[in-house]
Design a binder for this molecule. Structure first.
Ligand code: IVH
Length: 676
């Protein structure tokens, strides 16, 4: 019995390591579950045989009312900061003065994880205790919470499978390891969505979420939080003779500790500089937040000799990235009306530089969000800009309130047309449902002429506004009835500009049916769905009379989109618009009847993974486009993946693709595969 339990503990821990640390499982989830359940059953029958390093012991500890103190075996140091490469060179000069002349230094550089430092104690290879950093001398004992982290090894070396590279290392008798606990961005979004759905307050950022989760008094709450761990240092050990940081990292990995795959050995300071600049560019490709890179002198004896100033070792430093979160004042709220009539608040801010860009405005998702975060006019607010994402207001800094801040009320009437606003059931946004609302019409025109739709480049936002204001455009079809005389009257429209605009409008009459369908702005009907519809229905007339069932028989179109389409065509005003467009001479028929079912698609036999935001397709649309051409779409990158389609802000899938040497494509590349 003991033998089988030992074997199962070993196997489950090993497969857990393959899954959570290496991200490369070697058995299926079902096989894993079978092993785990066999173990649970044996433990239930023989509770006296439960081992402390059994995977069943990750959860189940009783809540406490406070954390015990734990003294660290050596000071848990912090790091000095450098803010740019000239600071880094100054750091090198300072430490150079303390070393024999001409000493050459090599370094280890790695991301600076934006999480919380933890100290993990192992005895005879078993995880026995763990603590927060605390004041660097004494931390809080959070062992029960740490146990719940799946990538934290309960026993080292983790190795079990015969071919495992981790099997040969002897377990150290005493080992204290330091690492950082954090939460991946994607897990954070999911977790916040769950909290909100359950009526709880979401966390402001992944770091706060990780901190809050680690300091839970009830470990079962922590167990439900997606905490991740990377280890980067040996604080103390018995009988270990490691000489360099490179060896430290190798050793930790051999034992089975999770470590960042982005650690680099840099031969000189210039290489460190390159590493820093590279990650400043690529930080959004990681699924976790980093606020800089950490630079460590590779030779441990040299680092030791360099000593400590205050709490900072001289032999390592943090090279920070420019901050992307700043606080500033919320001056006013501007109210915008979208194409669908949704009324959206926009924050007007005291201008502030965030990550190298001046920010004056930021998104405030909706009025519910403002209320939930209790954001008030005049508040100092945290503004965040991540990559190319539009800046947004994270929340107020309540501690800085003067008392003069004013609550924000949602408007009762549309700022554009003055009609009363309504709230649709089940939606957070408030809507102006006046079909003649000028602001909505401007947005509709902007959408109609955009690149994926009728592509009338010569018609900008300002022109759209003026055309609507002057009453020259009362619906998008009016664009096709504009005359040179109309346009020449507009401010700033000389002959050349007018001719350009008319030529652009004229050319758009020839756009294929799919573009026209996209341009109508039906909910859920973007570029890819329009392609599917145009391929199936030969004309706009056929599409407009299709039933919901017929629409759903098109692969890739679900009940939601089908409903939106039939609803759109049931509105008399929309049908008049279609007639007006037909009268204007737009193409209402598909170019050639296609019969996709009889041909094998161009992507047959290929497997795709999509990561990041594509410029012209939602992820769903891209997936459908691939499937419609007989390609397969999967969630995770493996050796079987043919291509990874990469958009803005790709996630860790791109990293994985690079590791495995899988070719990547952008959206244009994908389209080229379909239509060379
Ligand atoms: S090394 C002597 N490496 O940053 C070694 N620290 O601002 C000291 N941190 O307290 C730490 N990522 O919590 C190191 N790759 C990394 C790190 C890292 C994040 C944290 C750590 C430290 C803080 C200092």
């Amino acid at each position: 019995m003991t033998g089988r339990i030992d074997e199962l503990v070993r196997q489950v821990n090993f497969h857990n390591y393959r899954y959570h640390v290496l991200d490369d499982p070697v058995i299926s989830d079902a096989e894993y579950d079978a092993l785990y359940h066999e173990l649970l059953a044996l433990e239930k029958a023989h509770p006296e045989l439960i081992r402390p390093d059994s995977p069943s012991q990750r959860v189940g500890a009783e809540p406490t009312d406070k954390f015990a103190k734990l003294v660290h075996p050596a000071p848990i140091l912090s790091l000095s900061n450098c803010f740019d490469l000239s600071d880094l060179r100054a750091w090198r000069v300072r430490i150079g003065r303390m070393l024999p002349a001409e000493t050459h230094l090599d370094y280890v550089a790695e991301p600076k994880f934006d999480g919380l430092s933890v100290v993990l104690h192992y005895e005879q290879g078993r995880f026995v205790r763990g603590a927060t950093r605390g004041n660097g001398e004494v931390g809080e004992d959070i062992t029960a919470n740490l146990r719940t982290i799946h990538s934290l090894p309960l026993r080292v070396p983790v190795g079990s499978a015969p071919a495992s590279p981790v099997a040969e290392v002897e377990p150290p008798s005493w080992l204290v390891v330091r690492g950082e606990v954090f939460i991946n961005r994607s897990d954070f979004e999911e977790m916040n969505a769950r909290l909100v759905a359950a009526g709880d307050k979401p966390f402001a950022n992944p770091r706060n979420a990780a901190a809050g989760s680690l300091r839970q008094l009830d470990p079962s709450v922590t167990a439900g939080r997606p905490l991740a761990l990377y280890c980067y240092d040996v604080v103390a050990a018995d009988g270990l003779a490691l000489e360099t940081q490179v060896e430290v990292m190798d050793y930790l990995c051999k034992l089975g500790f999770p470590a960042s795959p982005h650690t680099a050995h840099c031969q000189d300071l210039e290489a460190v500089g390159q590493y820093y600049l590279e990650w400043m560019d690529r930080r959004d490709q990681l699924d976790f937040e980093i606020d800089g890179v950490v630079v460590k002198v590779n030779h441990l004896a040299t680092r030791q000799a360099l000593g400590v100033v205050g709490k900072d070792p001289r032999g390592a430093t943090a090279l920070k990235f420019p901050a992307r979160e700043k606080t500033t004042r919320l001056l006013a709220i501007e109210v915008n009306v979208g194409r669908t009539g949704s009324v959206n608040p926009l924050a007007i801010l005291e201008p502030v530089e965030v990550g190298g860009v001046m920010v004056k405005q930021a998104t405030l998702h909706n009025y519910d969000d403002i209320a939930r975060k209790d954001i008030r006019l005049g508040d100092r607010v945290i503004v965040k800009r991540a990559g190319d994402v539009i800046p947004y207001v994270v929340g107020p800094v309540v501690a800085l309130r003067s008392g003069a801040e004013q609550p924000i009320q949602p408007p009762g009437r549309c700022p554009s047309c003055g009609e009363p606003l309504i709230r649709l059931q089940g939606e957070v946004a408030i809507y102006c449902i006046n079909a003649g609302c000028p602001a909505q019409l401007v947005r509709l025109v902007e959408y109609f002429v955009s690149r994926g739709a009728m592509d009338i480049e010569s018609l900008g936002s300002r022109t759209a506004e003026v055309l609507v204001e002057r009453g020259l455009v009362r619906d998008v079809a009016d664009l096709y009835y504009l005359t040179a005389a109309d346009l020449l009257e507009l401010e700033g429209h000389k002959e050349r500009k007018t001719a350009n605009l008319l030529a652009g409008i004229e050319a758009s009459r020839e756009r294929p049916l799919a573009r026209l369908i996209a341009a109508l702005g039906i909910r859920g009907v973007g570029v890819a769905v329009s392609e599917l519809l145009a391929a199936r229905f030969d004309s706009l007339a056929a599409l407009s009379s299709a039933s919901s069932e017929e629409l759903q028989s098109v692969e890739g179109i679900g009940p939601h989109t089908a409903g939106a389409i039939t609803e759109w065509f049931s509105v008399p005003r929309n049908n008049s618009l279609v007639e007006k467009l037909r009268a204007a001479g737009l193409k209402m028929e598909a170019d050639r009847p296609t019969s996709p079912a009889t041909e094998v698609g161009r992507l047959a036999g290929l497997a795709f993974v999509i990561t990041g935001t594509l410029p012209g397709l939602s992820r769903e649309e891209a997936g459908r486009l691939i499937q419609d051409h007989d390609g397969k779409v999967t969630d995770s990158v493996s050796k079987k993946t043919s291509y990874v389609v990469v958009g803005e802000k790709p996630g860790s899938k791109l990293e994985k693709a690079k590791q495995l040497g899988i070719p990547t494509l952008d959206e244009a590349g994908l389209r080229a595969l379909i239509r060379p």
